[in-house]
Design a protein around this ligand. Structure first.
Ligand code: BYC
Length: 479
């Protein structure tokens, strides 16, 4: 294997810390993928943004002080590259059948297919999210928000590079073919859709976007954390570095929704009413609509954890390819030979909690961690309501509400966790999930605001700006 550095070589066409120039074949392969990537960015990345100067962070090293370097960049000139966290030469596999063995620097032949599949699935989500968001620049509520959108987009693009590097470097010809396919499947495409459900859903407006970055990017956090435990060291180190960038994406979602809630509270105070109709007339998003958006985006994201009982997941765990959240900090045998885990299941139309072999329940366990983490934002949004003396409380719906993957797919469950009939679902669904009318209303608020210091009327300004700059800084220059 090549020598690797923590500093990134920016004199190369593809910035990297994996000594790419020491492997000409790989370098040539990636350099021939690069124009296809740029073409994809031009075609399906942020609409009509090529000439903008955007205040973006770019990693110049994977050290603590080097990964967040700010400056104005035109997005097609962003230095997408290949950055792996520093190696730990003594690292051992920490779970599964190979626990205690040195981590792999190459792909173990017998695990090649499932490993490739995990990398492809992860890689597929990254460009999908850019495609889902490509039209949002036309309706941004402020320059600050526009900049954050673009930051997330370029980083998702880089996360695609991260997976494409692994495919090219370790999977030969089929890896190269998979890398091509990552640019050929498209979000919502009837013939060649993205692999996972949530990544084919539209992100029609900025409320959906904040919900997506809060709930769906958080799936990214948990999946990347599980892959960061992998026995395949290049994957683990790639994901470790990706996680440093992921935090900002969830921050955009959490604070975005918080600012919407803040504005709604201000309007309710001004008009002395919490009546949804009057709140909407006041130009804010009523709390019921916000709850329905939470319900939708939470459930679509919860589906991303797969089946409650999964032999795929057990195989990934046993073979050392994908661990649990913070695997090395868990206090057990890390093999799960005799342990069990409580799993929500549906039996004879009833929801039950039953112990199942833990190794088959690792998807569900990751979902448990995710749900716990998701609750934190709900608590913060409720604290905003509290500080305005508003009684309403946001809640996460039951994990079986509105599911399309897993044991509750196809049964109707209320947000409170009651199983109901199809006809009852039909009559009550509009109270739980965004209606056409909700979406039309939210859509009607989406007008582009790009003057520094100005912000759309449905959202409060952020508490602070980016990189120590004021929030009303000119983060995007249109030229
Ligand atoms: N949609 O045994 P199961 C991110 C399929 S987000 C469609 O549970 P497994 C990001 C499944 O493929 C993180 N199909 O499967 C966020 C399987 O198919 P086969 C993305 C689904 O493999 C925002 C079958 O159902 N990373 O980074 O244990 C912006 C049986 O299911 C879905 C990853 O997901 C679904 N939702 O679990 C940008 C990590 N769920 O085998 C980026 C890599 C399941 O019957 N992926 N199926 O043909 C994985 O670890 C696994 O593939 C999954 C699925 C956890 C997703």
């Amino acid at each position: 294997m090549a020598i690797e550095h923590s500093n990134i070589d920016y004199s190369e066409r593809i910035p990297n810390n994996v000594d790419l120039s020491g492997n000409r074949r790989l370098q040539r392969a990636l350099e021939s993928w690069q124009p296809n990537y740029i073409k994809w960015w031009q075609d399906l990345g942020p609409d009509r943004s090529n000439g903008f100067d955007v205040y973006l962070r770019t990693a110049i090293s994977v050290e603590r002080d080097g990964w967040a370097n700010f400056g104005f960049v035109k997005m097609p000139e962003y230095r997408w590259g290949i950055f792996l966290a520093k190696p730990n030469l003594d690292r051992k596999i920490s779970f599964g059948d190979h626990k205690g063995e040195p981590v792999w620097q190459d792909v173990p032949g017998e695990y090649r297919a499932p490993l490739r599949r995990l990398i492809v699935t992860q890689g597929d989500t990254e460009p999908a999210s850019v495609e889902q968001q490509n039209h949002l620049g036309a309706t941004c509520p402020s320059l600050y928000d526009l900049r954050n959108l673009f930051q997330i987009n370029v980083e998702e693009g880089r996360h695609l590079w991260a997976m494409v590097y692994l495919l090219h470097a370790y999977f030969g010809r089929d890896g190269r073919e998979e890398a091509e396919m990552l640019l050929e499947r498209h979000s919502g495409d009837a013939d060649k859709p993205r692999i996972l459900g949530a990544f084919n859903e539209p992100t029609p407006d900025w409320l959906s976007y904040y919900m997506f970055t809060y709930f769906t990017d958080r799936d990214g956090k948990f999946q990347l954390a599980a892959l960061a435990e992998s026995g395949f060291d290049p994957l683990a180190r790639t994901c470790q570095f990706m996680l440093t960038e992921e935090a900002h994406h969830m921050f955009v979602g959490e604070t975005g929704i918080m600012r919407v809630v803040q504005r709604t509270c201000e309007v309710m105070k001004e008009i002395q009413s919490e009546d949804p109709k009057q709140v909407r007339e006041g130009g804010a998003i009523d709390l019921g609509t916000l709850q329905r958006y939470i319900n939708l985006h939470f459930t679509v994201s919860v589906d991303l954890f797969g089946q409650e009982i999964s032999t795929n997941a057990a195989t990934y765990f046993n073979t050392g390819l994908k661990g649990r959240y913070l695997e090395s900090r868990l206090d057990d045998d890390h093999r799960l030979t005799d342990s069990s885990w409580p799993v929500h299941l549906v039996h004879d139309g009833r929801i039950v909690l039953e112990d199942r072999p833990a190794v088959t329940a690792v998807n569900e366990r990751l979902r448990d961690d995710y749900i716990k983490d998701s609750q934190r934002g709900i608590d913060r949004w409720n604290a905003v309501l509290d500080s305005h003396g508003v009684d309403f409380r946001f809640t996460l719906p039951h994990r079986f509400f509105n599911r399309h993957i897993g044991t509750s797919a196809g049964i109707n469950v209320t947000p409170q966790g009651e199983v109901i009939s199809e006809s009852e679902w039909q009559s009550r669904e509009g109270g739980w999930l965004p209606t056409d009318e909700d979406q039309a209303f939210v859509g009607s608020l989406m007008n582009r605001v790009t003057e520094p210091g100005k912000i759309a009327a449905w959202i409060a300004p952020p508490a602070r700006g980016i990189d120590g700059k004021p929030w009303d800084y000119e983060y995007v220059r249109f030229n």
